[in-house]
Write a protein that binds this ligand. Structure first.
Ligand SMILES: Cc1ncc(COP(=O)(O)O)c(C=O)c1O
Length: 438
C-alpha cells in the first residue's frame, strides 16, 4: 500500500517523529485480528485500546450503525430527543450495577470523568451543602486528558506540562506494592490498609465536610494494571459513607467484562455513587461514554429546580448521538447474546496460567492479572526508563502481535472472544520478545 503523506497529522500520545519514520498502519479488522498496510495479520492483544471487547467487525454493530446513518444522522440533545437515546439509556441501566439507575451520555472517557466530577460538585450544592468543593484522586490514576481528569489523575508524565489544573484537589497513594505482592494472581493480599489513609491523612488535612468526592479506577489500567488489594475498595466505601463523601468509580477500562465480571463494582461487591464508562460501551465503534448515577443523585437535581428550569447545565453537542446510541444498543445486545462477560470469566484461568508462565524470563519484575487483563512489568534499563518496554512492544508488533506498553509495563487486554490458541500465541510471542530484549 502507498504510504500516505504523514506531515499534517499531529498524532495523540505518540512519538510522532519515531512513528512517521517507521509507521504502523492498520487498514482493516475482523474478529481477533487487524490487517496492517502490508497485508499482515496482527493478533489484537489490546482490544484496540481496551475497547473492542466483542472483537472486530461484529455484524450486528456494523449494521446498526449503517441503518442509523441512513435514518437519522443527528438530533440535538438539548431540549430535544430521539427514541434511541432513551432506549440506549434503558438498556445500559438494565446492565448496570444494581442501584445505578440513571445514564448521562457523553462522547469519551475523559468527558465522562469531567461530567462525573461536575455532577458530584453540583449535587452537594443543590442539596445545600455548597462547602463540599474538594476532589480526591489517586497517584498513578488516569482519568483522561481534560483539566478535571488531569487534576485528579496521578500519571506524572501527563501532568508535567500542565502545572495549572484544578485547585482543591488531593491524592491518595497508589496501592502497587511489588515488594509484598509480586506475582500475585488476582487481587493482591497486602495493602487494604492503604485505604485507611483517606481517613487518617487526607481527612485530617482537609476538613471532611469540604470534600465532595473520591474518584478511583477500581483497577488502575493505563499506569500498568494495578489491582486493588483485597478489602481496599470496601474500606474506601465505608470511609466515604461515614463522612458523606461521594465515591466515583472510573470504569472506563474495567466496565463491560474486562475483569471477568460485567463491572468491577460487581466483581468487588462495592457500589459507587457515580460510575464512568466509555470504550466497551460501543465496542470502540463510535465514540461514546456515560456516567451512571444513583437515583438519589438524580432526584436531588430534579427536586432542586422549578419544572421549567434546566436542572444540570451540562452536556455536549454530540451527547447521545444517534449513531453512538445505535452502536451501544447493538453492542450491549452482542454482550448479552454471546454471554461475553461469562466467557471472559471462563477464559481467565487459562489466561492467568499463560501470563504467569513468563515469570523467570529476563528482567520480569512482576506479573499482575485478573479476568482478561494482565500487566508484565520489566526492570527499567538504568537511566532509560520505558526503553526496554518499548523495544518489547516493537518486537511483538514485528511478530504480528499487538499489545500495549506503558513505561516498562506491557499490558495485555484482548477482546473477550479470545480462544485458548490465541492466548498461547500471544504469550509465546511476548515471551520470545522479552527474551530477545537486552
Ligand atoms: C480509567 C480511564 N478513564 C478515562 C479514560 C479516558 O478515556 P478517553 O480516552 O475515551 O477520553 C481512560 C482511557 O484510557 C481510562 O482508562
Amino acid at each position: 500500500m502507498n504510504r500516505p503523506n504523514m506531515d499534517a497529522y499531529w498524532m495523540p500520545f505518540t512519538a510522532n517523529r519515531q512513528f512517521k519514520r517507521a509507521p504502523r498502519l492498520l487498514v482493516s479488522a475482523d474478529g481477533m485480528y487487524y490487517t496492517d498496510a502490508d497485508g499482515r495479520q496482527v493478533l489484537d492483544g489490546a482490544a484496540g485500546l481496551w475497547c473492542v471487547n466483542a472483537g472486530h467487525n461484529r455484524r450486528p454493530i456494523v449494521e446498526a450503525i449503517q441503518r442509523q446513518a441512513g435514518a437519522l444522522d443527528y438530533a440535538p440533545p438539548f431540549q430535544m430527543g430521539h427514541p434511541l437515546a432513551f432506549e440506549a439509556a434503558e438498556q445500559l441501566v438494565a446492565m448496570a450495577p444494581n442501584g445505578l439507575t440513571q445514564a448521562f451520555f457523553v462522547n469519551s472517557g475523559s468527558e465522562a470523568v469531567e461530567t462525573a466530577l461536575k455532577m458530584a460538585l453540583a449535587y452537594h450544592r443543590v442539596r445545600g451543602d455548597a462547602a463540599r468543593v474538594k476532589l480526591i484522586g489517586r497517584e498513578r490514576g488516569y482519568h483522561g486528558v481534560n483539566f478535571g481528569g488531569v487534576a485528579v489523575g496521578g500519571m506524572a508524565g501527563n501532568r508535567k506540562h500542565f502545572p495549572v489544573t484544578l485547585p482543591m484537589v488531593d491524592h491518595l497513594r497508589h496501592p502497587l506494592d511489588i515488594a509484598k505482592n509480586a506475582f500475585s494472581r488476582g487481587e493482591p493480599a497486602h495493602g487494604a490498609e492503604l485505604a485507611e489513609e483517606l481517613e487518617s491523612r487526607i481527612l485530617t488535612l482537609h476538613d471532611p465536610s469540604t470534600i465532595a468526592a473520591v474518584i478511583v479506577e477500581p483497577m488502575q489500567g493505563s499506569t500498568g494494571v494495578i489491582l486493588p488489594p483485597k478489602g481496599y475498595l470496601q474500606r474506601l466505601r465505608q470511609i466515604c459513607d461515614k463522612y458523606g463523601i461521594l465515591l466515583i468509580f472510573d470504569e472506563v477500562i474495567t466496565g463491560f467484562g474486562r475483569l471477568g465480571a460485567d463491572w468491577a463494582s460487581n466483581k468487588f461487591g462495592v457500589l459507587p455513587d457515580l460510575l464512568t464508562c466509555a470504550k466497551g460501551l460501543t465496542n470502540g465503534s463510535v465514540p461514546m461514554g456515560a456516567v451512571l448515577a444513583r437515583s438519589a443523585i438524580y432526584q436531588a437535581f430534579m427536586d432542586s429546580a422549578p419544572e421549567q428550569a434546566i436542572e444540570f447545565p451540562h452536556g455536549y453537542t454530540y451527547s447521545a448521538h444517534p449513531l453512538a446510541c445505535a452502536a451501544a444498543i447493538a453492542t450491549l445486545g452482542v454482550y448479552r447474546d454471546d454471554g461475553l462477560f461469562q466467557r471472559a470469566a471462563e477464559m481467565a484461568p487459562h489466561f492467568e496460567m499463560a501470563v504467569h508462565a513468563l515469570q523467570g524470563k529476563p528482567h520480569v519484575k512482576d506479573i499482575r492479572n485478573l479476568g482478561l487483563v494482565a500487566g508484565i512489568e520489566l526492570e527499567a534499563r538504568p537511566g532509560e526508563p520505558g526503553k526496554r518496554g518499548m523495544e518489547v512492544f516493537l518486537k511483538c508488533w514485528e511478530q504480528g502481535v499487538m499489545v500495549r506498553v506503558t513505561g516498562d509495563t506491557l499490558a495485555v487486554s484482548p477482546p473477550l472472544i479470545i480462544e485458548a490458541e490465541h492466548i498461547d500465541r500471544l504469550f509465546a510471542v511476548l515471551g520470545q520478545a522479552i527474551e530477545q530484549t537486552p
